[in-house]
Design a protein around this ligand. Sequence first.
Ligand SMILES: NC(=O)c1ccc[n+]([C@@H]2O[C@H](COP(=O)([O-])OP(=O)(O)OC[C@H]3O[C@@H](n4cnc5c(N)ncnc54)[C@H](O)[C@@H]3O)[C@@H](O)[C@H]2O)c1
Length: 368
Amino acid sequence: MTDVFGLSHKDTGPVTGGQARHEQVVFCSDERSGLHAIIAIHNTALGPGLGGTRFYPYESEQAALADVLNLSRAMAYKNALAGLDLGGGKAVIIGDPATDKSEALLRAYGRFVQSLGGRYYTACDVGTYSEDMDIVARECSYVTGRTLANGGAGDSSILTALGVFQGMRAAAEHTYGTPTLRGRRVGVEGVGKVGHRLVGHLIEDGAEVVVCDVSERAVERLRRIHPQVEVVADRLELTAADVDVYAPCALGGALDDETVARLRAAIVCGGANNQLAHPGVEKQLADRGILYAPDYVVNSGGVIQVADEIRGFNMERAQAKATQIYDTTLKIFSSAAEDGVPPAVAADRLAERRMSEVGRIRGIWLGH
Ligand SMILES: NC(=O)c1ccc[n+]([C@@H]2O[C@H](COP(=O)([O-])OP(=O)(O)OC[C@H]3O[C@@H](n4cnc5c(N)ncnc54)[C@H](O)[C@@H]3O)[C@@H](O)[C@H]2O)c1
């Protein structure tokens, strides 16, 4: 049983903007290539939905559906606050990318994306890479996240890390009255694609950095570039460390009850998606006086980077837009203070307001 239309929640009455139910959910199947995909468009109030394609061995179709519905809704909020004229969309391909991915499957998928006539633009996500997007693009015009050689934006972690750094500068401004991490101690959990680039920005800004990662290779690579970085054993040690800022840059769910209770940092600002382990954690952070920079706001540099491909990729223009994450984050902190709510709630409200107000003007009749 699915509940895509949310009809069992009829009693909640009409909903608008980001709260609205999904506009369109498409199940795609091509037996010969083994393609089983779901494309979800949460809303197109601001423009076509943009979000990546996740290739993952879901346990069930129901689990894949739940994931794609959540992810496409999250993209609507992220794109809205990134100031993009894009709505929320996402796709999942059910299968093991290591064994099930093939040219035929990716091209079949591309034809389904094309069939939506530009209502959904795809990109990379877990299990898909720029090279895959080049293959999808052989059947489809609505593809971003392509390789540099094919006019794409390349590795999106470049502007993701820049955006997280800008969000952290805004948090420093809000907390200490100065937009720099100079002389602060920052703990970075996970030094993969985003984390290691973030460390570079922090060191350049004059911060002291302490890191942890489950991958020795990732730590070694970082130490080769930045030998001054301190390394601790694991996330337990990092989250208990005497740091000013904690930057989760590994997996989702980093902020659970135990971690929040342990933190000594004044600021949480990192690149990982879905950092709050469950609803209510944002309030626990606020109650402890810890400033939380909402994840989907500060990590939107990646989508800003790939979205720029739609106009013909220009790194300078994309970088300028990702730098604006500083202003957006500051605005969220002041709006949260004014309304007496945690920043995560203020961010959702601002995103919903943009979807509703800017989305509304699309209804203005332009004549023939
Ligand atoms: N790459 C992007 O452009 C982008 C954009 C938005 C959000 N994100 C999010 O940022 C996070 C990091 O993405 P990435 O692209 O850097 O991925 P990545 O796989 O390159 O890096 C993740 C790193 O975290 C480490 N790690 C995993 N579990 C850990 C643990 N328990 N403790 C410490 N380290 C651990 C891994 O070993 C790896 O080095 C993810 O949550 C991702 O969804 C990435």
